[in-house]
Design a protein around this ligand. Structure first.
Ligand code: UD1
Length: 420
């Protein structure tokens, strides 16, 4: 198993190019199943989760040509297997995103039931209830979700009981080919859902209310070929900005979008960072100062994202003052606290709240990555700690960060990968 070895406490500064968004690319790849012709998707990040989604589509008979590094040509007309097998779903829960498209396009879908994961139980009940409201018959059998519909799905008025990204995406993808109008109330508004909706529009879908909590979808009978470019990754952007802030550095992210990070940039300013932004770049400058601890609670977009919570906690760990971090989305997403404390942080956990008292410096230690974003926080902590940090089980990081060590080396970090 690969490990990252980080020698911390060096200066961090420089410019980084941000990759395409994983959480936008995954639903867009799944949505390509809906088309009646080939689609071209560009700016895909080079990540294990993307490879898993491509493998899943290929298992179903989809023809995929990988072009020069970041783009693919997908021809879904050759689909002949309407199943997402356990072997793939267990490595990536986002495989559930093929459920809506398969059902809408082919009337049948068999998707292995995703289990819980390190950050919580993560049920899919809202996905299934919504599809049932659109006329699907769903049973759970042999560990599989087996969904059927007679002809096309039917438009429905659906109120999701929680704001969920995945269910909003699955139901949106199902609704675009349903007969009649579907209204999705209490929809998630994440920028990745807007990106998915724009991809669907490019294929000929009719969707109103994009970017709001109510999506009105007028079903069409077929969707066409199109070419689309995936949006920049706001979570990757936030992660590297947090690294710059924790290290008192000056960093510039290019090929990104400041408008998707409003809540996060405000918190960086509260921490004492000087933020400037342009069309496709963000610069953070700490002017050599120690960050101030900032309190926040995670919530659905446009509030502070759960996916950047742990990276901010790493910054808070070495900040001046005390902050309270409340995680409201996932029940077990403060797991990084124990590892950060092993590095000398002072963080007390009370249920879904972490009380962080900043310390002057952390000390390098061997630590274990437990989920994707928690792992990123350990890398940030390692970069600012005195001595050497070894981050084990980094396959979690490779699911969501493209060549993290190469990118951080560009910022001057002393970090390398070793095969374990
Ligand atoms: C997506 C993101 C993930 C991010 C999360 C929240 C992808 C591939 N992953 O995950 O990085 O952390 O959004 O922003 O885009 N829930 C239910 N029933 C359901 C569905 C969800 O109770 O049927 C609950 C979940 O357990 C969780 C909350 O709703 O507590 C939000 O989950 P959701 O937004 O669906 O997360 P994902 O789509 O899995």
């Amino acid at each position: 198993m690969d490990k990252l070895i980080i020698k911390g406490d060096g200066a961090i500064s420089g410019t980084l190019k941000i990759s395409g968004a994983k959480n936008s690319a995954l639903p867009i790849l799944a949505a390509s199943l809906l088309a009646d012709g080939p689609v071209h998707i560009g700016n895909l990040p080079h990540l294990n989760d993307i490879t898993t989604m491509i493998t899943l589509l290929r298992c179903m008979g989809v023809e995929i040509t990988l072009n020069e590094k970041l783009s693919v040509e997908i021809d879904p007309r050759s689909v002949n297997e309407l199943t997402a097998p356990y072997e793939l779903v267990k490595t990536m829960r986002a495989s559930i995103l093929v459920l809506g498209p398969l059902l809408a396009r082919h009337g049948v879908a068999n998707v292995s039931f995703p289990g819980g994961c390190a950050i919580g139980s993560r049920p899919v009940d809202i996905h299934l209830k919504g599809l049932e409201a659109m006329g699907a018959k769903i049973s759970i059998d042999g560990g599989f979700i087996r969904a059927r519909c007679n002809g096309r799905l039917k438009g429905a008025n659906i109120t999701m009981e929680k704001v969920t990204v995945g269910a909003t995406e699955n139901l949106l993808m199902a609704a675009v080919l349903a007969k009649g109008t579907t209204v999705l109330h209490n929809a998630a508004r994440e920028p990745e859902i807007v990106d998915l909706a724009e991809f669907l529009l490019a294929m000929g879908a009719q969707i109103e209310g994009i970017g709001t909590g109510t999506l009105r979808v007028h079903g069409v009978s077929r969707l066409n070929s199109c070419a689309f470019t995936v949006m920049p990754d706001r979570i990757e952007t936030g992660t590297f900005l947090a690294a710059g802030a924790a290290a008192r550095g000056k960093v510039r992210m290019t090929h990104t979008r400041a408008d998707t990070l409003d809540a996060v940039l405000l918190k960086f300013e509260e921490a004492g960072a000087h933020i400037s932004t342009g069309d496709s770049w963000i610069e953070l400058d700490m002017k050599g100062n120690r960050p101030k601890a900032v309190s926040f609670r995670t919530a659905p977009y446009p509030a502070f994202p759960t996916d950047i919570q742990s990276q901010f906690m790493a910054m808070n760990a070495v900040a001046e003052g005390k902050a309270t971090v409340v995680e409201t989305i996932f029940e077990n997403r403060l797991v990084q606290v124990h590892e950060l404390n092993r590095m000398g942080a002072n963080i007390v956990l009370e249920g879904n709240t972490a009380i962080v008292t900043g310390v002057e410096s952390l000390k390098g230690a061997p630590v274990m990555a437990s989920d994707l974003r928690a792992s990123a926080s350990l890398v940030i902590a390692g970069m600012v700690a005195k001595g050497t940090t070894i981050v084990d089980r980094i396959y979690h990081i490779d699911r969501g960060y493209e060549c993290i060590e190469e990118k951080l080396q560009q910022l001057g970090a002393n970090i390398r990968r070793v095969a374990g």
